[in-house]
Design a protein around this ligand. Structure first.
Ligand code: FE2
Length: 431
């Protein structure tokens, strides 16, 4: 007998009345209109079954710390970094683990089952790294957590308590402990040339170890911040094509158009992907502007049109940089769609892909997708297609991981007490 059968499902590619057959932890077939006895059957009733949401850019060491030790008054990136520096000495292993686990509960409830988190390594104790490696093991049955060694205070700029620049040693130690991706923050180094030097150093470290790279890159409104050019160059030089991601890339918003026309081609040639973080970019960038105020998000549709993989990340939830958020990648896609003005039908579907299959590719997830032989990981949404899912930030009716239901939410249905009108509404257009 089949272990789990999902009937009458719509799929992201537009097929409907599909049946998803699950045995053990895998999808063993996806067939139109199929029915058979199963140990458990879910009637999707025409609603969308999507592969799980994936967040390609997050900071789980800082999440849910909002207000500790104080709130970011200016709302700027730099005050956020300073605030995190104040909080760091007060962090404990238990508090880091507890906050991260609580966030993973939210994530699972929202169908977010894979997260790439940057973890600050500018700490002689490497406390956050140890805590998140512990969390990674704890959540493994239900959520894939990928750790990036992130030198928040600059791999070259940061000094330890004795005044020595030892961040590279800490980064190497974090990789040896089990972190899988090399991070960086070139725009925070002391000079442009030091930033470029940091990109070279970190890419060489990744190449030597056969690892992926994901850098906070040019998270600034300064159009002259061009570390993405160096990142693309080093990717090409070291043969890292397809394994390097530039996160944020907000300076591209303000760059000269002629220069961007060269840059995008360089990124494409190097196979560098991009992650925009719309909720954070729209609130943090442009803070030094009067009016008009820049949006600050990177050039998402232009990068996509050039064939570059672009994902949307959540980046922050209730931390020194951002006071809101709930682990809802549809909220992230909704904001990305608006900020990038991606309102065409295909463009809206691309925004859905930017929080599902594109970040899955960037993370290098195996067995991802609602297809035969993939892991039986998927989300039943209260929406019939990806556009409706973004519009309504659809309720996650059921979240399935490795063939087991791990979260459920009641449908979003309001009861109406109105004369000559229906008794309920679910916010879906009648079809
Ligand atoms: Fe970030």
């Amino acid at each position: 007998m089949i272990d789990l059968l999902v009937k009458h499902a719509a799929l992201v590619d537009g097929r409907d009345d599909m049946s998803i057959i699950v045995n053990g932890d895998r999808i063993t077939d996806v067939l139109p209109g199929f029915d058979a006895p199963a140990a458990k059957t879910i009637d999707a009733n025409g609603m969308l079954v999507s592969p799980p949401f994936v967040d390609a850019h997050f900071h789980m060491d800082a999440t849910l710390s909002y207000g500790l030790p104080r709130v970011n008054q200016s709302g700027t990136l730099l005050e956020g970094i300073a605030l995190w520096g104040e909080l760091k000495p007060q962090l404990t292993f238990d508090a880091l683990v507890e906050r991260a686990l609580a966030y993973c509960d939210w994530a699972v409830a929202k169908g977010l089952l894979a997260v790439r988190t940057h973890v600050d390594i500018c700490d002689e104790r490497l406390l956050a790294v140890e805590a998140l490696l512990h969390v990674q093991k704890r959540v493994k049955p239900y959520l894939d957590l990928q750790l990036v060694t992130f030198p928040q205070d600059g791999i070259l700029r940061w000094k330890d308590s004795k005044g020595n620049a030892t961040a590279i040693n800490l980064l190497r130690k974090a990789l040896e402990l089990g972190a899988e991706v090399v991070g960086g923050i070139p725009h925070f180094e002391r000079t442009m040339s030091e930033g470029a030097k940091s990109v070279k150093l970190l890419c060489e470290e990744a190449a030597k170890r056969g690892l992926r790279v994901d850098m906070h890159c040019d998270e600034t409104d300064d159009p002259m911040s061009r570390h993405i050019e160096t990142l693309a160059y080093e990717t090409q030089r070291l043969g890292l094509q397809g394994r390097v991601n530039g996160s944020h890339l907000t300076s591209m918003h303000s760059m000269d158009n002629y220069y961007v026309s060269k840059l995008i081609a360089l990124m494409r040639e190097a196979g560098v992907s991009a992650v925009a973080n719309p909720l954070i970019n729209i609130t943090i960038q442009g803070r030094h502007d009067t009016y008009p105020k820049r949006r600050g998000m990177t050039r998402v549709p232009e990068l996509m049109a050039a064939g570059i993989d672009v994902a949307f990340g959540h980046d922050c939830v209730m931390d020194p940089w951002y006071s809101l958020g709930s682990g809802d990648m549809l909220e992230v896609a909704h904001m990305g769609l608006h900020v990038a003005q991606m309102t065409g039908q295909d463009a809206m579907r691309q925004c859905f892909d930017a929080v599902t299959k594109t970040p899955a590719k960037i993370l290098g997830l195996e067995g991802y997708g609602v297809e035969k032989d993939c892991y039986a990981d998927f989300v039943l949404l209260q929406a019939r297609d990806p556009i409706e899912a973004i519009r309504t930030r659809a309720t996650r009716l059921a979240v399935v991981r490795r063939g087991k239901v791990i979260a459920e939410t009641a449908p979003n249905t309001a009861t109406l007490m109105l004369p000559n009108r229906p008794g309920t509404t679910d916010f879906l257009l009648k079809r």
